[in-house]
Design a protein around this ligand. Structure first.
Ligand SMILES: [Zn+2]
Length: 509
């Protein structure tokens, strides 16, 4: 088994704590040997800040792991990867995806609030579109693309690709279809009409699903690869243009783009936009949900939320005249509320307590149950007494009665047990509160670098609804000009449970 050991010290750490690289490497190496490693590769980054992801040795290690060269990675704690929790999580995910066994020698997740947060966030990150993370983190592919090679999985209609040589060539049959699509489109046939034509002619698709969608045709029209410039990592800030054989001329491609741009201008709503609050905003004036909408304002795209809906498909088509509110402003207010909640653990603590059954009512019910249980027991022992004295015969009827009393006793006992444990849960202590405070603090630290999906998850677990009442005078495009906004917090089971796990773990240690 081949193991890797990674160690890092920053200048401050060296000065402050006298942490040494050799110490880390020794400890990690002996753990690797104990775990059965017969070859150990050592990676060390010295005097480099923990906040920087660009570290030469770490990157070399990542390349090797991506190539499947490493079976086991031993490291002192996740903090060695990076000081940022998000980076730690992303790297952990990346390594585990590559099938590497990770071993931390100085980190057991149950022992610290940081450890518990690390593992609860870890689950969320795994959910978070693995594809996206892989793409963002895989340096090797970008390197290959920069030198003009084609990274893995080039599957594009119109082309053949050999993974062994990395060579892209034109697929003649498919290229004819691509040409046809462009020619029809620049002679003003709509993408929808072209789609129908392709389906009527029975032209096979790339994956041979046998059916063309308008979106597929649109994607072909939008892809600059067909004029010879394939954009790798197109949806990122730094796409890399890789030359491929052209199927249509630059002139034809540009004409198609002009028509597409005109269509976008006319319809205004094309393109994927992310709305943090979709699904939780309601208009109190018409009582219907408000969804995301885009509009042009002085040539600028403005996002909004509206209760306006198509009359043909909705019983209540929303307010008239249509009511739109500024999305940025609303999202800011809601996000500020979440930050405020987690910045004030005292309030969070109170909110959670408020959701739990109060001690008083639970205690009252427990007393009532205990009384009922006593009655049931008394009834049963009285019956047994008369049977044994011979006054009553032990016939089927009596047997049934005894069975019923036994059942009742058991069900009362079960309920009593439930309530007692429920009561125990409500008995928060000072140390539980300290733990909640620690968890909140960690959330707040990471709040500015959370990806959209995780932000949305946080919004959905923390807030149950946002109600908008009234409308603004004039235009909604002005930021910070909002009508009545009422935010209802959603301290639900999910949030409760995760905090309880933290609290209960704390009690055990
Ligand atoms: Zn409305």
């Amino acid at each position: 088994m081949r193991a890797a050991v990674y160690a890092r010290v920053s200048t401050e750490e060296q000065a402050k704590h006298g942490y040494s690289l050799d110490e880390q490497i020794d400890a990690c190496s002996s753990r690797a040997t104990a775990l059965g490693a017969d070859e150990i590769l050592v990676f060390r980054d010295e005097a480099i800040s923990g906040a920087i992801m660009e570290r030469p040795e770490l990157n070399r290690l990542r390349e090797l792991i991506a190539q499947g060269e490493i079976n086991l990675l031993v490291i002192r704690d996740p903090d060695r990867f990076s000081r940022k929790l998000v980076d730690q999580l992303i790297l952990t995910e990346e390594f585990e995806q590559a099938g590497v066994q990770l071993e931390f020698i100085d980190f057991t997740w149950q022992d610290t609030p940081e450890g518990r947060l690390f593992y609860s966030m870890k689950g969320a990150v795994s959910e978070y579109e693995r594809e996206k993370i892989r793409e963002r983190m895989t340096r090797g592919k970008i390197q290959k693309a920069k030198t003009g090679g084609i990274p893995i999985n080039f599957t594009l209609y119109g082309y053949d690709y050999s993974p062994d040589t990395g060579i892209v060539s034109i697929n003649k049959r498919e290229a004819e279809v691509v040409k046809y699509i462009f020619e029809r489109f620049i002679s003003f046939t709509s993408a929808a009409a072209i789609t129908n034509e392709l389906n009527e002619k029975g032209i096979p698709t790339k994956k041979n699903t046998g059916f063309w969608y308008r979106q597929t045709v649109r994607q072909i029209l939008l892809n600059p690869a067909y004029m010879g410039e394939w954009p790798y990592r197109r949806n990122t800030d730094n796409p890399i243009i890789i030359p491929v054989p052209a199927i249509v001329s630059r002139d034809v491609w540009n004409k198609a783009q002009a028509i597409l741009a005109e269509a976008r201008r006319l319809w205004g709503s094309y393109g994927k936009e992310q709305y943090l609050l979709s699904g939780i905003v309601t208009c109190s004036d018409c009582g219907t949900p408000m969804g995301g909408v885009k509009a042009k304002y002085w040539g600028r795209t403005v996002r909004g939320y509206t209760c306006r809906k198509s009359k043909s498909t909705n019983r209540i088509p929303g307010c008239t005249p249509s009511k739109i509110i500024n999305a940025d402003s609303l999202e800011n207010i809601v996000w500020e509320n979440i930050i405020e909640l987690y910045s004030d653990p005292e309030r969070l603590f109170t909110e959670i307590r408020g959701q739990l059954p109060t001690d008083k009512s639970t205690k009252k019910e427990i007393a009532k149950l205990e009384k009922q249980l006593q009655d049931a027991e008394r009834g049963r022992s009285q019956l047994i007494e008369v049977i044994s004295s011979g006054l009553v015969e032990l016939d089927d009827d009596t047997k049934q009665k005894l069975g019923k009393l036994k059942q009742r006793k058991e069900s009362l006992e079960r309920r009593l047990k439930e309530l007692t444990s429920e009561l125990r849960k409500t008995e928060f202590t000072r140390s539980d509160f300290n733990l909640i405070r620690q968890v909140s603090k960690n959330f707040i630290q990471e709040v500015d670098c959370l990806p959209f999906e995780i932000k949305q998850q946080l919004v959905r677990t923390t807030i149950s609804q946002v109600i908008i009442s009234g409308r603004v005078q004039g235009t909604y495009h002005k930021p910070n000009d909002l009508p009545g906004v009422e935010i209802t917090l959603n301290i639900n089971e999910l949030l409760l449970d995760s905090l309880r796990v933290v609290a209960n773990d704390g009690r055990r240690h």
